[in-house]
Design a protein around this ligand. Structure first.
Ligand code: G6P
Length: 616
């Protein structure tokens, strides 16, 4: 993956392209570069590192230009260094290119160009491509668009490219095969934007064309965009779409990282999840997909939950919710284990599949298996129209909005919100929750967004705690009941983004193993909220203290007992026990975030992980 951003028009191109590259950095951040194009002159700045390094490099330099192409690179051919960075220029110095993708036959093409006298500065396939275009252009004596089309016919691989000729500075040629590219069109064709996704130009225009594979676009100032098929040069009518994206959704919004932004989005995300579903003033929970299948839920002998990662932790919280509030037996399964162990699935089982991305391969396979046994499968997904949303019989979206940080945060709390609504509704319909209890829960639920907002105020104290424990090699997380899955999720967050070994345990299970690890160098995070088996957890804290472990306790505001015992306390608002996961998880997200930042880790893109795991 790489990111491309370009501008042709009447504005200063530099800030538009640089900001655009920063929005595309999730696509790769090995190196960054930009070419500023003026009449008969290309000015190139490029460097190993991030777009911020490029900005540093360009500071105090003249950046005037109304045409520029930029690139942020995820290295494929050639190590990440300044020379291999894009843009790349042809031997004559006339043509300049940015490229996302891989030219598979670049070696053959390079050998041929070498015999024709071409020389190469870099190890990249991209420099081969720009010289191939130059060779065709010279040999055929044709315009740039034609030369690009002919050159691409002899290319094998994947690409999204933007090419400019210094002698035709009112024109950009763009082409695509396998790698995405969008073109933003300004009013009356006065300006054009080129980018790997629409995020770099969202504040300038809502009109965009997404090139299809095998298409090439000729973009000329003040003229209608022309799209041709690369294989036969035939004209394609541009499909100009109106963008639905809004700026806040895809920007960090002033936060240093998407993860931090997404942590802070949780009050609104939870509100969006229950908007139109939780009608607190009428004591009603309205969920079309549950209402329409209510008999299946009420007659279910058992609920089986399948999921992976953080979504599996949300499933564990749901086990407590469904069993406690609705008295329905629940089994929570790792989708990867469930699918391969010949599970017993009955027709009157309800299977709930939980997935943020809606694309996780194991979860998808588990759904197919459950369906083949005749079970009714309900999906809880965030990404609208995703494979899991389509594969399940029905389901409920979490409406959390795009989650960009690889470590899941708001997806977790919104999944729990959806599952809480279902459990409350079933509990009431089954008569397990009286109307007055149901009323109490509904009222309490409607306060959760403001309590989450209140909880976020612990950020500063959590940051101080993070500074003390950032170098710990291990960390233990303990919780009981509803907060046991929260402990697991807290440990997972720390592992994922700070690379500190962490384990989550039911607090009482500590005695059966982990207690052997406790000494004065072991931080132990304990969720010790009121109502959550408080007295038992206090005893567990005593046990840790006797072994000199360092106790970081998440407590209910006003707590005095744990405060006296723990090394650090983090206060969160009081809530019904069933809702504590929605609050107690927030400080743990912040703790892992701050520790990761202090350790210099890449918070949003931790090593070896991916946001969507589409392989088993
Ligand atoms: C990956 C992600 C996790 C996520 C898990 C399940 O491991 O890094 O954040 O919890 O997949 O993904 P899903 O999209 O199915 O919730």
């Amino acid at each position: 993956m790489c990111g491309i951003a370009g501008y042709l028009g009447f504005r200063e191109a530099y800030p538009i392209v640089i900001n655009g590259l920063q929005r595309l950095e999730y696509r790769g951040y090995d190196s960054a570069g930009i070419v500023l194009v003026n009449e008969n002159k290309l000015t190139i700045h490029k460097t190993k590192g991030k777009v911020s390094d490029l900005k540093e490099l360009v500071i105090n330099k003249n950046t005037e230009a109304n045409l520029a192409l930029g690139h942020t690179r995820w290295a494929t051919h050639g190590i990440p260094n300044d020379i291999n960075s894009h843009p790349h220029v042809s031997n004559s110095g006339n043509l300049v290119i940015v490229h996302n993708g891989i030219i598979e036959n670049y070696n053959t093409l390079k050998k041929e160009l070498l015999t024709r006298g071409y020389t190469f500065q870099s190890e990249t396939d991209t420099e081969v491509l720009v010289n191939l275009i130059e060779e065709v252009k010279t040999r055929k004596n044709c315009k740039l668009g034609k030369a690009v089309q002919l050159a691409l016919k002899s290319v094998v691989g994947a690409y999204a490219i933007a090419v400019v000729d210094v002698n035709a500075t009112d024109e950009v040629i763009v082409a695509r095969l396998g790698s995405p590219i969008a073109i933003g069109i300004g009013a009356n064709n006065s300006e054009f934007f080129v980018a790997s996704d629409a995020s770099p130009f969202i504040e300038y225009t809502k009109d965009a064309v997404y090139l299809e594979d095998g298409e090439l676009a000729i973009i000329k100032k003040e003229e209608d965009i022309v799209i041709r098929k690369i294989n036969d040069d035939s004209i394609v009518e541009p499909d100009i779409q109106e963008l639905q994206l809004n700026l806040e959704q895809i920007e960090k919004g002033g936060y240093d990282h998407f993860m931090l932004k997404e942590i802070h989005e949780q009050p609104n995300a939870i509100l969006d999840t229950y908007r139109g579903r939780l009608l607190a003033d009428q004591d009603i929970i309205k969920m079309g997909s549950v209402d329409n299948n209510i008999a299946k839920f009420l007659n279910a002998k058992r609920i089986i939950i399948v999921a992976c990662g953080t979504s599996w932790h949300a499933g564990l919280v749901a086990e407590y919710l469904f069993e406690d509030l609705a008295r329905i037996p629940v089994e929570v399964e790792y989708a990867s284990e469930f699918r391969y162990r010949n599970p017993i699935i009955n027709k009157d089982d309800v299977v709930i599949a939980i997935s943020q991305s809606g694309e996780t391969a194991d979860t998808l396979a588990a759904i197919k298996l459950a369906k083949s046994h005749g079970a009714f499968v309900f999906g809880v997904c965030n990404v609208v129209g995703s494979s899991i949303a389509r594969e399940t019989d029905t389901g409920a979206y979490t409406h959390a909005g795009p989650e960009i940080g690889v470590a899941s945060t708001k997806a977790f709390t919104t999944q729990i919100t959806v599952l809480t609504l279902i459990a409350l509704k079933l509990g009431n319909l089954k008569g397990e929750l009286s109307n007055s209890q149901f009323h109490k829960y509904i009222q309490e639920m409607s306060l959760i967004p403001s309590k989450v907002a209140e909880t976020l105020k612990v950020n500063a104290i959590v940051e101080e705690i993070a500074a003390i424990y950032k170098d710990a090699p291990n960390c233990l997380y303990l919780g009981r009941g509803y907060n046991f899955p929260v402990a697991l999720e807290g440990a997972l967050k720390l592992k994922e983004i700070s690379y500190i070994h962490a384990e989550g345990y039911p607090a009482a299970e500590m005695k059966h193993g982990p207690i052997a690890l406790i000494d004065e160098s072991m931080p132990v995070v304990v969720i010790a909220t009121k109502k959550g088996h408080y007295d038992k957890v206090v005893s567990n804290i005593q046990e840790i203290k006797s072994r000199k472990g360092k106790i970081i306790a998440v407590v209910t505001e006003g707590d005095t007992i744990v405060k006296d015992l723990a090394d650090h306390t983090i206060e969160i608002p009081f809530s019904e026990e069933a809702f504590t996961p929605l609050l107690a998880t927030i400080p743990l997200q912040l703790l892992s975030y701050h520790i990761a930042v202090m350790r210099g880790c890449n918070v949003d893109q931790p090593r070896n992980l991916a946001k969507s795991v589409t392989v088993e």
